[in-house]
Design a protein around this ligand. Structure first.
Ligand code: GLC
Ligand code: CA
Length: 625
């Protein structure tokens, strides 16, 4: 593969030319495919030269490993990042109107810096009627006035940057709000240029009651508009008309939106509902087809404007299509959420059977060198279990959300993590330890560092979107108003009186301080973000053992999903003797292999171990590639 790619890239150049020698105009007017090849050509060429040099010098194995791994850029920031997602509206209210705002968020940047996260994923904050928590945008180029001004936004990104924290924002372009002026214009005036920006049908399509994303709440995917006197398509709620994303003008607008925010200091986007954005849409489209090429166009534009910006795709797809999203040459999305691992991880937590999880890890292992998974436990939506078998799904429901009010859309659980795990600290640590050590970049959700709970009296997904609990002050210190935008959880075991940042700060054993420590350690094991992994045999389905190798270093992680202690034998799986010594990174409980090269380990119920293979002089052994 690597060789093929480099040959093509070489061919794309005129003889003897490298990218920097080609005048920009010529560079830009070449065919699209050629252009994207060129983006990587210089690096690939350098690598090819390096490979040749090594081969001449007789370093066969090194040369081939360079070829195989194609490790060209060493500082891709997202490979070893710690992401933290939050909603401005529920984080911190600075002006006492009950709604969180950028001024408030700015005052919490030091908290986030202290926690150790390296990037914030900001949920939609643009102008919106707020019927789907901002995922219904009515102006892509404006901040919702309730959250502050554009000036506040820039001050915020600047404040984050000063602390070394990057910001990525939601890019919600599959649909707009029905209050967006584009839609208003489109429905009123059939001759308007905006008419074609949406998907219309004169008659009600026969498949109008299929393909709903929110079954049980959303009745159809086509709704009649009384003004246009036509039906319009909406993959999500009826107040979110789908944009005609195949239309060149809509595509140009999407690029403009990206260009706008990237100019204001963000490092990229969490792209909402990607499979729907790139899908064909229309009254006659019964089987939508994904237009993957669009992804490359987004990526090219973004990297042309700001080289190190990224797109993190929300795409709950099957492993066989993953590479379509990453691109075989790593030329599409840099990151994707790993929904496959997420669902199987919850199944493993519910059943203590890690085999399907191991399978999911192996099935999602393949990705380009520059591609990265986003690893998460819970997000702002329901825990979607749609990809499990019926039997597995029922088992997760039974364990973590047995009541009808816990469940949503016939496929998921709408609870926060802590109540799902019965507030059991051992299980919470196990789950987070996994999130931090499975292949990819961890994505935390605000409040999970405290073990915040949910409020099931709130409808749909709002139950797990309650305000951040800062202190024991009224309304958890979130607002001075007595009318918070969403009620703060009070009373009960998850009320702010018991679960809040101020108290947990003072307690060295708190969830907050544990999270801070584990983040610090995670940052020191870049092997997880960058390395290749192997799942090791433990002979016990309740125990998952995984080893990462990267630049001459290895780390090994063990997790016991069962409630009871498990004793087992496990080899580090390395040919050399280095694997005989495992240094525990979290406690003083190290391990030395027996005569047979195997480690005999006893893990307590829900126990976990983080080991560095070999000694603590690993940094002296780390190679350059
Ligand atoms: C994504 C978001 C979800 C939203 C939907 C429609 O799935 O995660 O919260 O409702 O898109 O924009
Ligand atoms: Ca406010």
């Amino acid at each position: 593969m690597a060789c093929a790619a480099s040959t093509e890239a070489e061919k794309a150049l005129l003889p003897g030319q490298v990218r920097s020698q080609i005048p920009n105009q010529i560079y830009q007017t070449r065919s699209r495919r050629l252009r994207s090849r060129l983006t990587f050509a210089n690096i690939t060429l350098q690598l090819a030269l390096q490979r040749e040099l090594f081969q001449c010098l007789g370093f066969k194995s090194v040369a081939s490993s360079i070829g195989r791994r194609r490790r060209m850029i060493k500082d891709l920031w997202y490979k070893n990042a710690v992401l933290y997602c939050l909603s401005v509206g529920t984080y911190m209210d600075a002006n006492a109107d009950g709604i969180g705002d950028f001024q408030g968020l700015m005052r919490r940047l030091d908290y986030l810096h202290g926690l150790g996260i390296t990037a914030i994923w900001l949920m939609p904050f643009q102008k919106s009627p707020g019927k789907d928590d901002g995922y219904d945008i009515s102006d892509y180029y404006a901040v919702n006035p309730a959250y502050g001004s554009m000036g506040d936004f820039v001050e915020f990104t600047h404040g984050a940057k000063q602390r070394g924290i990057r910001v990525i924002i939601d890019l919600v372009v599959n649909h707009t709000s029905n209050e967006h002026p584009w839609f208003q214009e489109a429905r009123r005036n059939p001759d308007s240029k905006y008419r074609d920006w949406y998907i219309w049908s004169k008659k009600r399509p026969s498949h109008a009651n299929t393909g709903m994303v929110f079954p049980g709440v959303q009745k159809s995917t086509w709704t009649r508009d009384p003004v246009a006197k036509q039906w319009y398509f909406h993959r999500f709620y009826d107040f979110q008309p789908d944009l005609n994303t195949s239309h060149p003008a809509v595509q140009a607008e999407i690029l403009k939106i990206m260009g706008f925010w990237i100019q204001l200091g963000v490092s990229g986007f969490r792209m909402d509902a990607v499979p729907f954005v790139i899908s064909t849409k229309g009254p006659d489209v019964r089987t939508p087809r994904e237009q993957y090429d669009m992804l490359r166009a987004f990526r090219e534009f973004l990297q042309w404007r700001v080289g190190d910006s990224i797109i993190l795709a929300e795409a709950n797809v099957l492993p066989r299509t993953d590479m379509q999203y990453f691109g075989h040459d790593g030329d599409r999305m840099q990151m994707m959420f790993n929904f496959q691992v997420n669902q199987n991880l919850f199944y493993a937590l519910a059943s203590a059977d890690t085999r399907p999880l191991a399978k999911a890890l192996n099935r999602t292992e393949k990705r380009p060198e520059t591609g990265q998974w986003g690893l998460f436990l819970r997000n702002h939506d329901e825990l979607d279990l749609g990809r499990l078998t019926e039997k597995q799904r029922q088992q997760v429901f039974k364990a973590f959300g047995p009541n009808p009010e816990d469940q949503l859309y016939d496929r998921g659980i709408r609870r926060r993590l802590a109540p799902m795990l019965g507030g059991d600290r051992r299980r919470l640590e196990l789950a987070y330890s996994l999130m931090f050590t499975l292949p990819g970049t961890p994505v935390l959700r605000y409040g999970d560092e405290l073990g915040m709970g949910d409020d099931l009296s709130l409808k749909e997904r709002t139950c797990c979107r309650t305000p951040m609990q800062w202190s024991t002050e009224p309304n958890g210190g979130f607002t001075k108003s007595n009318k918070p935008i969403v009620p703060v959880i009070s009373d009960g075991p998850y009320g702010y009186e018991h679960v809040n940042a101020a108290e947990q700060r003072r307690d060295s054993n708190s969830m907050l301080n544990w999270t801070e420590r584990i983040i610090r350690m995670r940052k020191e094991v870049p092997e997880v973000g960058w390395g290749e992994f192997e799942i090791l045999k433990t002979g016990d389905p309740a125990v998952l053992a995984i080893r990462y190798d990267w630049r001459n270093n290895s780390v090994l992680f063990l997790h016991n999903f069962a409630e009871d202690p498990r004793e087992f034998e496990c080899s580090a799986g390395l040919k050399s003797k280095t694997g005989d010594r495992l240094v525990n990174l979290l406690t003083a409980d190290h391990s030395t292999a027996g005569e047979n090269g195997k480690h005999c380990v006893c893990l307590e119920g829900y126990g976990y171990r983080w080991y560095r293979v070999g000694g603590l002089d690993y940094l002296l052994k780390r190679s350059e590639f």
